[in-house]
Design a protein around this ligand. Structure first.
Ligand SMILES: O=C(O)CCC(=O)C(=O)O
Ligand SMILES: [Fe+2]
Length: 257
């Protein structure tokens, strides 16, 4: 692959001090940022990859999950970088005081475009992994157009309790009725929701399992693409967890109709 030379060559300068700073920032303001760590050498071919995929799909929303797509995409340079894994693992260990049950990172690519893209805006949810890293790839940036910020209610809950409680809470908070509340500007103001403007080149880290979050809508004529890297599921082996994931998949299938 064209980018093979880049693999393992990213994020070489991050160290434990960066991890400590990110950890403090995430706890204090909901998110932490590594600035200018994804070079154009990765972003440019990644954008070409996305436009090619969009062409195949009639210009409408698509999402890719799992280990397959990443290996064939230029973003593999980040995914396989030692420094990147070190940050994800360092954050998990600081938060949870131990190793995750599995060292796997779940990579997800989201491409919001067309009218289907709109359906995926303002869907407030918790991730089922402790640490989330967000890599913006394409962010709308024409004058006066909405940029599709990430919006979060920082650190709304704790995750070190029983799986059952966590999963029930997740189901209630993500229900249709509750979601109408979370997207209301008044509720967002009252409860201190935070817009996070995204800048390609940076990587954003937050507690996906603790912070209720969604992306704001952008124009159906624009493309907004982000890659998400999820790390560390403390309830990985729970049966309840599998039920919860089945519910999430069913909801995505409904959206696709
Ligand atoms: O694309 C974004 O800004 C957020 C996406 C997200 O939260 C997710 O896929 O879990
Ligand atoms: Fe998420």
């Amino acid at each position: 692959m064209a980018n093979e030379a880049l693999d393992h060559d990213m994020l070489t300068t991050v160290d434990m001090t960066d991890v400590d700073n990110l950890y403090a920032a995430i706890n204090q303001q909901g998110f932490g940022v590594l600035h200018n760590v994804v070079p154009d050498a990765v972003l440019t071919p990644m954008r070409e990859y996305i436009t090619a995929e969009l062409d195949k799909r009639g210009g409408q929303y698509f999402g890719l999950g799992g280990q397959d797509w990443i290996g064939h995409s230029p973003l593999n340079a980040i995914f396989s970088a030692h420094g990147f894994r070190m940050v994800l693992d360092g954050l998990y260990q600081r938060a949870m005081r131990g190793e995750p049950p599995s060292p796997r990172i779940l990579p997800v690519l989201r491409v919001l475009a067309g009218t289907h893209g709109l359906r995926h805006a303002n869907r407030f949810h918790y991730d089922s992994y402790v640490v989330t890293a967000l890599v913006p790839i394409l962010i709308p940036n024409r004058p006066n157009e909405p940029r599709g910020n990430l919006v979060m209610y920082p650190n709304m809950r704790n995750v070190r309790g029983p799986a059952l409680l966590n999963i029930l809470e997740k189901a209630v908070v993500e229900s249709g009725t509750a979601c109408r509340l979370w997207r209301s500007p008044t509720v967002q103001r009252w409860l201190g929701a935070k817009p996070v403007p995204l800048e390609p080149g940076n990587i954003y880290f937050f507690w996906g399992m603790r912070s209720l979050h969604a992306n704001e809508a952008c124009l159906p004529t624009s493309i907004r693409s982000t890659a998400l890297f999820h790390y560390g599921d403390p309830h990985e082996n729970s049966v309840l967890k599998q039920l919860s994931q089945a519910r999430a998949r069913a909801s995505l299938r409904r959206l696709a109709k």
